[in-house]
Design a protein around this ligand. Structure first.
Ligand code: HPA
Length: 273
């Protein structure tokens, strides 16, 4: 057995000691978006530190726990806190949890994130469903030997975010009376925010929002054939000709304002996932 499969099994063993749940939906909560956990009926919480081979989150705004339980009557596993390239981990390390959630039985991945809005009509605390992405991380979690039992060497990326799931989210937003944008997420390594020239460049190449996560997780999920729903919270407006400095407090505040809407959208789509 390869090292990767061995490590996945070791993580799975420890999770299985805590719970016999095998949820088929996994949710990753982004910066300042931990609140969904409060709407959840949590039956098991496991610190990442207890799970072998899981990195440990180094970002204050991210707690590091795996939650299992139910949300909208659906069995789910939730990552409360995620990992980023800028923390110094490799793309393989930051996506290892997605491999484990798949091994646990998850076939749908819901990812959320905080991001900067490049589209001139996007406002702070708006939500965008991700239709497509651009990988500007300069790295890729699939580089290295491929494990064929997990997925193909050259995974297709013609539909990185399920159109069916996007439509469910858009329909849910309409019924709930919220506006939901649909657009393109570009991933950069960070951790610094972008310069004005970089924002101009990112807009020119076709991105609607910019962030520092999500893309590696999506690539690994698609490698394994999982369906992905991506939801981005716009936490700051990146308009190069009128750019205000961004503080982490403002990002967290904008995420907190949007969080109840994000939770409602996820709850509304869960029964159909
Ligand atoms: N750029 C990159 N990542 C971000 C931003 C941004 O403006 N806002 C929140 N995450």
């Amino acid at each position: 057995m390869t090292q990767l499969l061995h490590e996945i099994n070791e993580s799975l063993d420890v999770i299985s000691r805590h719970t016999s749940a095998r949820p088929d939906v996994a949710i990753i909560l982004g910066t300042g978006l931990g609140g969904l956990a409060e709407a959840m009926d949590v039956s098991t919480a496991i610190d990442y530190a207890e799970i072998p081979h899981f990195p440990v989150s180094t970002v204050e705004s991210h707690s590091g726990r795996l939650l299992l339980g139910s949300l909208a009557d659906r069995s789910v596993v939730v990552m409360q806190g995620r990992f980023h390239l800028y923390e110094g981990y490799t793309p393989q390390q930051i996506t290892f949890p997605v491999r484990v959630l798949h091994a646990l039985g998850a076939r749908t991945l819901v990812v959320s994130n905080a991001c900067g809005g490049l589209h001139p009509l996007y406002r702070r605390s708006d939500i965008m469903v991700i239709d497509d992405h651009i990988n500007l991380l300069g790295d890729n979690p699939l580089i290295g030997p491929n494990e064929p039992s997990l997925g193909p060497r050259f995974p297709d990326m013609s539909e990185p975010y399920s159109r069916r799931l996007q439509q469910l989210a858009l329909d849910a937003a309409i019924s709930l009376g919220f506006q939901l944008h649909r657009g393109v997420y570009v991933a950069v390594a960070g951790p610094n925010l972008e310069t004005r020239a970089e924002y101009r460049f990112l807009r020119t190449i076709g991105a609607d929002v910019v962030g520092m996560s999500t893309v590696p997780e999506n690539i690994v999920a698609r490698h394994m054939g999982m369906d992905v729903l991506g939801l981005s919270i716009i936490t700051d407006e990146c308009h190069p000709d009128n750019l205000a400095p961004v503080r982490l407090e403002d990002v967290l505040e904008a995420a907190a304002i949007a969080e109840p809407r994000l939770t409602k959208i996820i709850q509304a789509v869960l029964p159909s996932l």
